[in-house]
Design a protein around this ligand. Structure first.
Ligand code: DON
Length: 318
């Protein structure tokens, strides 16, 4: 009995220190060589493949960050959890999920499923669902994007966060697959309004520049009922954090999500910029960065560092 009590209490009280993070980062420093920096958005191809960072916001709100902590990179698909939050707060969950599914996926992030069958995206984590989610945020021109940007600034308590114009332009120039999804969803009656403003909001949200520490704060926020790491309760909303974390768990790592749930066992969201944000429910947030990706579009070294941390501190939900 004593053992089971200890097991339950272990992760709850675990405070991660710098020495452990140093050890984990050193162990995985070279694993970027097994991945490849994304270059389908040409501007992303300029990233330094060997840069690496790891950050944790502990359950008491203290922050430990190591490696290239100043390195900024684009948030990419990790923005999808914040746009989901903004869209649900404005429209209500029902109105969003009338237009898309809660499904997991065996398809890559840029797949058209199920736009040609049910007519609706599988979930808000894949590109199609995320483009639709952002299109459902109210406002003209770049207002929907600005709402997402301001929410990210709030969650990270970092007013300096902005988007990269060069990555944004690169996304626009090469984003014809996303454009195809957008117009198919318009054809299906899911999006109204004209022009490409709505699509541009999605390109801009993906181009927001953050650090590994910002990602740890985002992970912490959704892990803790949408309460900020410094205790700010302005958006306190357990139902919303349950929704966001459930989508992270089943689709945040795309077609790798099932295997990831087996090995890491925590709600997580990756981006092709090389970041992963992790929520340890009711406890901590983890942010990891290394730009070289595996075949699913998930960072190789970030994944391995998270895996080591989770094993070391028994953080898996299961
Ligand atoms: O739309 C795209 O393809 C990118 N802006 C975002 C994709 C992404 O981050 C997928 N995640 N691993």
């Amino acid at each position: 009995a004593q053992n089971s009590i200890q097991n339950q209490q272990g992760p709850k009280t675990a405070i991660i220190d710098k020495a452990l993070l140093d050890r984990i980062l050193d162990k995985n420093r070279q694993s970027f060589k097994e991945g490849k920096v994304a270059d389908y958005i040409p501007e992303l191809g300029k990233a330094n493949a060997s840069s690496i960072a790891l950050s944790v916001v502990n359950s008491d709100g203290t922050i430990v960050s190591i490696g290239d902590v100043q390195q900024r990179f684009t948030i990419q698909s990790i923005s999808k959890i914040v746009s989901l939050m903004v869209a649900v707060l404005e429209n209500g969950e029902q109105n969003i999920f009338d237009k898309m599914g809660y499904f997991g996926t065996d398809k890559p992030f840029n797949h058209f499923a199920n736009l040609e069958t049910s007519g609706k995206p599988l979930n808000p984590m894949m590109n199609a669902g995320a483009i639709l989610t952002t299109s459902l945020i109210k406002g003209t021109g770049e207002e929907p994007f600005l709402k997402i940007l301001h929410m990210i600034r709030f969650i990270t308590n970092n007013e300096n966060i902005d988007y990269s114009k060069s990555v944004y332009n690169s996304e626009r120039e090469t984003g014809n697959r996303n454009r195809g999804m957008f117009y198919l969803m318009r054809n299906n009656g899911l999006i109204d309004g004209e022009g490409e403003d709505k699509l541009n909001n999605y390109f801009k949200q993906c181009s927001i520049e953050i650090t590994a520490e910002d990602l740890a704060k985002i992970g912490f926020f959704f892990a803790n009922h949408c309460v900020r790491y410094d205790g700010n309760k302005q958006y306190n909303n357990p139902s919303l954090s349950q929704l966001v974390q459930s989508q992270m768990l089943i689709a945040g790592m795309y077609e790798f999500s099932g295997e990831y749930a087996r090995t890491v066992g925590l709600p997580s969201k990756s981006g092709v910029g090389g970041g992963i944000a992790v929520s340890v429910p009711n406890k901590m947030g983890i942010g990891a960065y290394s730009p070289a990706l595996d075949q699913h579009g998930n960072s190789v070294a970030a994944y391995r560092m998270i895996l080591d941390l989770v094993e070391e501190k028994s953080l898996s939900l299961f």
